[in-house]
Each structure stands twice: as structure tokens, then as C-alpha cells.
Design a protein around this ligand. Sequence first.
Ligand code: NAD
Length: 501
Amino acid sequence: MTITEENPTAAGAPSFDSLDPRTGAVVATHPIHDEADVRVAVARAREAATWWSGLTYAERADRLGAWKSLVTQRLDELAGVMSAETGKPHGDALLEAALAIDHLAWASGHAKKVLKRHKVPSGLVMANQKATVEFRPLGVIGVIGPWNYPVFTPMGSIAYALSAGNAVVFKPSEYTPGIGLWLAKTFTEAVGKPVFQVVTGLGETGSALCRSGVDKLAFTGSTATGKKVMAACAESLTPVLIEAGGKDALIVDEDADLDAAADGAVWGACGNAGQTCAGVERVYVHEKVYDEFLVKIVEKAKGLQASDDEGSQIGPITMPSQVDIIRRHIDDAIAKGGRAILGGPEAVGDRFVQPTILVDVPADSTAWTEETFGPTMTVAKVASMDEAVARTNDSRYALGSAVFSKSRGMQIAERLRVGMTSINGVITFAGVPSLPFGGIGDSGFGRIHGPEGLKEFTYAHAITKQRMKPLLALTTFDRTEKAEQQLGKMMKMLHGRGGKK
Ligand code: NAD
């Protein structure tokens, strides 16, 4: 049920507009797919899944390779669609799409190695058995995506689910439907079968996808919607993957390269206008370098201007309602005694928000506790790295994090209760296809990317095959007393001597 130019919205059918957030102009009108439409798409996907899962890993990799080449050849066109629907600068759109292509290449290239049937040790008790496990496709995966990284984030599910042998029905955000359709259109052009389809609409279409009988639902979006998705999927015991919000911290140690840390903090906080799940929102700086660090971040950030000018490095806030949230967080920080050393309440416009740096903000302010999703950061002085670690971990969100330190980066990173950490860099983990990506707590659960991301869209099928008759016949009603005694002796030998008295 991919609705494209060749298959436009039927006259009179419910529809919605996608808008250019820089100007408010209508980019395109798309149908609102209802429950029946979604079920039709899932049924078609299920049929296609039979063919797709029957291919060998190499045959699937060939087809995914053809899609990857097509997307790469048309990278500029894709970046154009992305800029039109999100307002993000062309260069940012290119970077995002390039990373997604790299993930597609990794996922299709590594699926066989990670998922194919392989031997595992059978242990002494079952030594007569050959034990193997294979990770098999689940069938049809429903993917619900956000608008902030409308290619990179859903592709973390789509590329890995397809590589594992599943068909996919994707519901892109209502702010970025054209991007989802572009991806599905190029897939069909390259592969020729409806293995990857798109349904468009608002939250209700997403809700219908949760209830459509898909074999797993991969959701990326806000924590609040993630809870609704999980509740809807619970009705049919449909498993879920939840990639939700974040409030990521960046830690600056006393021996850090302050220029690099300042650069990372400003880019991590303001890149993509701050609309990054793993963006930098909180910064904890060692007291010995705090003042110097503040001077450097203000120096760096004050040259940035959010606007729709050609060449601007910061675009608009894509979702209009987010502007109010950003304003509320800044106002709350100031009302509670904080100060804006750059930007502040006046930095929040109708569509654009200028970089804002907040200091002296009490710990109970929403600027510390809630996801802001704007080009802002809240910075605090800490007396030690112990304090930095404790404050980083004191959040209901736990997605990514960053540490800048010359001598203790690894030591600090290993104490953080988060899904990912980059040392002396920001968000670099997202670009490494062999690393799992995801969070804990209110940031969700499950993983995209890496071997874990491939396995996420499979079920394990374990097989034992008898190689020879057992020395001890245990799984039979003919079990002898002698066999039981021998089992007891063997257990004592194997497991009875460990541990402290
Ligand atoms: P959102 O929760 O508003 O919407 C996400 C998607 O869910 C959209 O496609 C929407 O139509 C759909 N939806 C809404 N209501 C639904 C319902 N009841 N049932 C099913 N689907 C429903 O999120 P958003 O504003 O599009 O995205 C921003 C959020 O996504 C931020 O919180 C950000 O941190 C998070 N995010 C997380 C990651 C990650 O990997 N952890 C990546 C990108 C974005």
C-alpha cells in the first residue's frame, strides 16, 4: 500500500499535508491510511515475506546491494526531500543519509555470519548431542518512525529487519511521510517486490499498525508514545523494540582537550537544531576547567545562527509544538535562578531557536530533567568525576553520553549507566555499524545496529541432534538407579567444589 505519485490520494479520502518547516509551505498531501489499509499492506508484506525469507543470505544481500546503490546514486535527491520536510541543512541531510547507507551495507553484509545456523557447545551432561542455533526471520516487522532523523533512525530497524529476512511495513512520521515513500519507492525499483512498504498517516495509523498482526513492532519516537505503542502491542503479545527519548550528558574532565570538548558540546547540543535523541543536553564540567570551558562554548556557539538562509548551519524546529517545550524549559531554568550566558527566552522564535547555554540551574528544573529537543545545553560545575558520573546516572533517561578526558576516559565511561558512550567525541557510536544502539529506562529497550540489531528481528531456533547413544540415559522412563547415582557424582565433580565456604 505504498501511495506514490502513480497512486495518489483518492479524491475525498482523508488526507494530511506535509509542510516545509522553514516556510510553512505545503510540500505534499498524503492519505491517512486506516486500519483496513494497514491490514492490506501487512497482508501483502506477508506474502512477499515468504519469497524474501526463502532467498539465501547472498541473494538477499545482492538485492539490498542494488537498493543501496540506487539510494547512493540519488543521494542528492534524497537529501532534497529530507531538507524540504525537516528543514535541515543539505549537508546534515547528506551526512544522515550516508550513515544510513553504511548501516544498510553492514547489515546485509553481516547477516549470514551473525544469524546462520552454527554449532554451540553441548556441555558434559548432553555430550552425546550436537547443538546448533539459527536466528530466523520473524515475518513482517512494523516500523514506526520519528521525524528528527527520518532516514537514519527508521533505517536502523528497516535495514536490519530486511537483512535478517523479514518484510517491513513502515509508518513514517506525519512530518516526514515523503521521505518514507521515497525509500519504499527506490526499494521497489531495485527489488521489484513489495517486501518493504509504507503506510502514511498520524498516530492512529501507527496504532493500527501495532494491532495489525505484525510479528514485531519497532518504534522510534517519544517515551510517551512508546508507552502507548507497548500497550497496543500487548493486546496481541506482539513484541516491541522501543527507541525513545534521551537527556544525554557530556562530561568534561580536568585534563580534557577543552577545544575538542567545546566543539563536541556545541555540535552535540545544536546540530540538527538540537533535535537529536542522543544529542547533548546536559554538561558536567570539572571545577578546575569550568570557567575556561564556558568561555570556549560561548565563543563557538555565538557564531551560529538558526535561519532559513542558504548555508545556515542550524535549521528550524521541525515540529511546531516543540517550540513551546523548549521555551518552557528555558523559562523554568531562569525562573528557578538559572542564567542564560548565551541566548535565553528571547532566543526562541516562531520557527527558529537560537543556541542557548544555561548555567546555575537548580537540579529540579525541567532543563535538567526533561528532554528539551532544541539547540540548548545546561552546564554545571562538578567537584569531581565521581559527582559527574553520579549526576549523569541520575536521570530517568539513559541513551547516549560523552566523556572528554585525556587520562581517564575509559574509567569514567565504564561507570555510566547508559546504552552508549563516546570518549573524546560525540555521538560517534551511532556511525559504527557493528555497535548496538539503544537505551535503558525511559530511553527504551532493545537494540538496533550491530549483531544485536540483526538478532532483534529474529527468533532463535535451537536444535539438538543425537550423535551417539548417551553414556547416561537420563531422558527416558527406563532410567536406572545407577544412572541417577552417576549423575549425582558427576554433578558433585562438576559443580560441587566452587564458591567460598
Ligand atoms: P512521537 O512519539 O511524537 O512520534 C513517533 C511516531 O509515533 C510517529 O510516526 C507518530 O505518528 C507515531 N504515533 C503517534 N501516536 C501513536 C500511537 N498512539 N500509536 C502508534 N504510533 C503513534 O515522536 P517524534 O516527535 O516523531 O520524535 C521525536 C522523539 O523521538 C524524541 O523523543 C526523540 O528523542 C525520539 N527519538 C529516539 C531515537 C532513539 O533511537 N532512541 C531516535 C530518534 C528519535
